[in-house]
Write a protein of this length. Structure first.
Length: 555
């Protein structure tokens, strides 16, 4: 009998292992429920556990309240095959105007269409069949060898965990919209045993972010933040069943997800039991409109009730789910001013006592976790109005965004901080670029500046600079799965994934293909992830502007 060559034997063994893992889907007994892996990915050698309930349905009397623990149901083994997406809503300004405007602007083509959303019909997209109020579920991707040893810690240590908070302007998005987490898992293998990846749903729009003094009489503002906290508590309690280490949790979020993380960092910094829910944080373009105004919150609250044709939150709780979903979609679609989606984290006098930038200024406590902060080269353009070319119209739009802002404050803003100087010395070359800089500062990159200052430079920061470098462009790099058909600079994607996973594993971003990642430090050092290379630069964020926004003179 002829001996099988070593390589061939190894391939046969690998093939047998893959076949065995494909035929065997492991169980996780969580006590309150039993879950079987939904599937096995042979290319990435990982199991996928989909749609694990982490909280009770936020329906009926639980609507607009903090999430409740899931009830026990061990009657059947859950396989996670039923998709779950929280109710979605997109504004007309984005679906009908913004995407075309950005495309025109980048190509240098004049944009002559109306920007008044009332000029466009409200034509909502067909509802996603997975859309449901009962959406507080999470997914887990776990390397097969980690899952298979999870019940026997003697066979190997537990591994770090990455928990993903999706973006979507607090009104859209879900845990499964990006399917390239396998790339993160694969890149993590270069720095140890790998990671367990968790992605979560949280309530969106009115369901998660309805607020205001009147709401707080019978509900809870910032319910979406509390959904995220509930998911993190779940991970701390149950992730060991999947081979994850609850003492090594990194939260990773982009846009609204990162803005949520910033609120968690500042809102819970004083409470040890709460802050220990995660040890590291990666914030990619943390986004939220800094609105502390209770009057605006109440206006949105009553507008929602009026659309429902009810006069109280309790009456709204008695309506059908489809009625509420339709009202949420209509309010966000029809009434969102340009650049806003109505909803998001708010100062509620309780959970969020002040804007994160203001809380950071207080410096009453030691900032306790390691952070990595990312921003894009052109954060503001996607949410910048074409009307910015007209100074008087742009001033009106600023007043809509910040209703309490005074005329002399707008004068200072547009004459001193963002003067109409278009030679590039201030970071912009025309009126739209100027307005984009305003949006980028207050909505995104100054949030990173506040955290870099709070941690006294003991952070890691990077700039995503692959042209055009718009807000959200880096997400496809974070979740790049190696598919050569995707229009991605693979070297930048792999280096970014290296930095993310190595940071999650030991708190220091490293790469097998990228340069050494130095801390932010007193020199304000950033890693530039550009289309022509990866290099170290000085943070281009304007400190004078950010200091002004942090002081809250706009309200």
């Amino acid at each position: 009998m002829r001996a099988i060559p070593g390589i061939a034997l190894a391939l046969l063994c690998l093939s047998a292992t893959i076949k065995a893992r494909s035929n065997y889907l492991p169980l996780a007994d969580l006590g309150y429920a039993i879950h079987r892996a939904t599937g096995y990915n042979a290319a990435g050698d990982y199991y996928n556990f989909s749609n694990i309930r982490y909280a009770s349905p936020p329906t009926g009397n639980n609507r607009f309240r903090i999430p409740q623990s899931p009830s026990t149901d061990r009657t059947v083994v859950q396989d996670g095959m039923d998709g779950r997406v929280c109710p979605q809503a997109s504004p007309i300004w984005y679906t009908a105007i913004a995407r075309d405007f950005v495309d025109h602007y980048l190509k240098g083509i004049p944009f002559n269409r109306s920007t008044d959303v009332l000029d466009y019909p409200y034509n909502p997209d067909p509802r996603d069949p997975r859309e449901t109020e009962d959406c507080l579920f999470l997914d887990i991707l776990v390397p097969a060898r980690i899952m298979l040893r999870a019940s026997d810690p003697i066979r190997g240590p537990r591994v770090p965990v990455i928990v993903w908070f999706h973006g979507g302007a607090y009104t859209t998005g879900d845990k499964s919209q990006f399917t390239g987490a396998s790339g993160l898992i694969q890149r993590s293998m270069a720095f140890g045993d790998g990671v367990v990846f968790v992605s979560i749903n949280y309530r969106l729009g009115a369901f998660g972010w309805l607020s205001g003094p009147e709401l707080r009489e019978s509900g809870n503002a910032n319910a979406g933040l509390m959904d995220q906290r509930a998911a993190l508590r779940w991970v701390n309690r149950y992730i060991h069943f999947f081979g994850g280490d609850a003492t090594k949790i990194t939260v990773l979020g982009e846009s609204a997800g990162a803005g949520s993380i910033m609120h968690h960092i500042t809102a819970f910094a004083r409470e040890r039991d709460e802050r220990d829910l995660f040890q590291r944080a990666i914030l990619q373009s943390p986004a939220f409109i800094p609105i502390p105004d209770f009057e605006q919150q109440d206006l949105a609250f009553h507008q929602f009730l009026n659309i429902l044709n009810v006069s109280s939150l309790d009456q709204a709780r008695n309506l059908s789910s489809q009625t509420l979903i339709a009202a949420n979609a209509y309010q966000v679609g029809r009434y969102s001013v340009y650049g806003s989606n109505i909803y998001g984290p708010t100062v509620d006098g309780n959970l969020v006592s002040a804007l994160p930038g203001e809380l950071i200024l207080q410096k009453e406590y030691k900032w306790y976790m390691k952070t990595m902060l990312g921003q894009n080269a052109d954060e503001g353009l996607r949410t910048t109005t074409p009307d910015a070319i007209h100074e008087d119209v742009y001033r009106r739009d600023l007043r809509r965004t910040f209703p309490q802002i005074q005329p002399n404050t707008i004068d200072y803003l547009l004459r001193r901080l963002y003067p109409p100087v278009f030679n590039g010395s201030r970071g912009y070359h025309d009126a739209v670029g100027r307005a984009s800089s305003v949006t980028a500062d207050y909505g995104y990159q100054c949030n990173n500046y506040y955290l870099n200052e709070a941690y006294e430079g003991e952070t890691y920061a990077y700039l995503f600079d692959v042209s055009p470098g718009l807000h959200e462009d880096d997400v496809q790099y974070t979740f790049y799965d190696g598919d050569p058909s995707k229009r991605v600079n693979a070297t930048v994607a792999w280096a970014l994934q290296d930095y993310i996973t190595s940071f999650a594993m030991d708190g220091v971003p490293r790469s097998t293909i990228g340069p050494e990642f130095t801390p932010y430090g007193p020199n304000r050092t950033m890693m530039d992830l550009g289309g022509t290379g990866i290099k170290t630069i000085r943070d281009p964020t304007d400190r004078e502007r950010c200091k002004w926004w942090q002081l809250g003179f706009f309200y």
